[in-house]
Write a protein that binds this ligand. Structure first.
Ligand code: ATR
Length: 271
């Protein structure tokens, strides 16, 4: 019987328990996945408690994704590069930290919108925590170029510098959007611009999006942002943020249980 869960604060509205319990049922694995409200000052005690109670693993969400690093016995390359952990596997009393957000996003993009990222000109809008995971995972796919655009140019430049060893990545101010987007094959919004309740906003002017490219948005509330709706009217292939949530969970599930995640059942449970 496998014990799994997610630690965070707030945690009551997390869709992870519904998604993972549906996955356990569909995969025929005996177990349960519970939401665990943990205050920052109790983080270490909570982690040790899960070890003591023989949890198989757990997800980590806001505000613990960075602080949890110090309690890991081992870090996967993803967590090391990104500097944050969203998935912990407990194996032989050891805590192993992973970050499945970026890799989950890329798997969703490849399943749902593009045949390959290799050789493409990719543009990421935003340079926060979400962008970090995605930039890491995109560079593993060897794009021709990866350009980060951000309101605060310094943050884009800094993020690019951190990942320079993995590929051709550069960061600029969002003021360069017109020039940079003209060359783009794939554009990805990682900012919160367009998220409920500000659904009438787009992170860049739609006039700068070339006809027929791939446009992706990490936001999943609404399921289709204004950026995606407007891009659809320019014959673009669009990709929403729900898949990233489902696939980060699917990859975590596979790390814990070594069985293929039932992705469609997971998606249905979230919807
Ligand atoms: P997350 O973990 O979701 O990425 P974050 O680390 O706070 O959150 O990063 C938010 C990102 O969205 C940043 O790139 C931020 O731009 P700045 O670095 O200039 O702050 C971007 N962002 C948020 N609100 C924005 C807005 N109204 N216009 C443009 N960019 C915005």
């Amino acid at each position: 019987y496998y014990l799994l869960g997610v630690i965070g604060n707030p945690i009551a509205h997390s869709k992870s328990p519904a998604m993972h319990n549906a996955a356990l049922l569909e995969a025929g694995v005996q177990g349960a996945y519970v939401p665990l409200h943990v205050e920052p000052e109790n983080l270490q005690a909570a982690v040790m408690g899960m070890k003591a109670m023989n949890f198989r693993g757990f997800n980590v969400t806001i505000p613990h994704k960075v602080d949890i690093l110090s309690y890991m016995d081992e870090l996967d390359e993803s967590a090391r590069f990104i500097g944050a952990v969203n998935t912990v596997v407990i194996e032989h009393d050891r805590l192993i930290g992973y970050n499945t957000d970026g890799v989950g996003y890329v798997r969703s993009l490849k399943e749902e919108a593009v045949s390959t990222i290799e050789g493409m000109h990719v543009v990421v809008i935003g340079a926060g925590g979400a962008a970090r995971g995605i930039v890491y995972a995109l560079l593993l796919e060897q794009p021709q170029s990866l350009t980060i655009l951000n309101r605060t140019a310094e943050k884009a430049e800094e993020l690019a510098k951190d990942f320079k060893v993995l590929g051709n990545v550069n960061g600029y101010s969002i003021d360069s959007a017109e020039q940079v987007l003209a060359q783009a094959d794939i554009v990805i919004n990682t900012t919160s611009v367009g998220m409920h309740p500000h659904t009438d906003q787009t992170p860049v002017s739609i006039h700068h999006i070339p006809e027929g490219i791939v446009v992706s948005d990490l936001i999943y509330n609404p399921l289709e942002t204004k950026l995606l709706t407007d891009s659809k009217h320019k014959n673009c292939i669009i990709h929403g943020g729900l898949g990233m949530f489902v696939y980060q969970g699917a990859i975590a599930f596979e790390h814990w249980l070594h069985v293929q995640a039932p992705v469609e059942a997971m998606r249905r449970a979230v919807l």
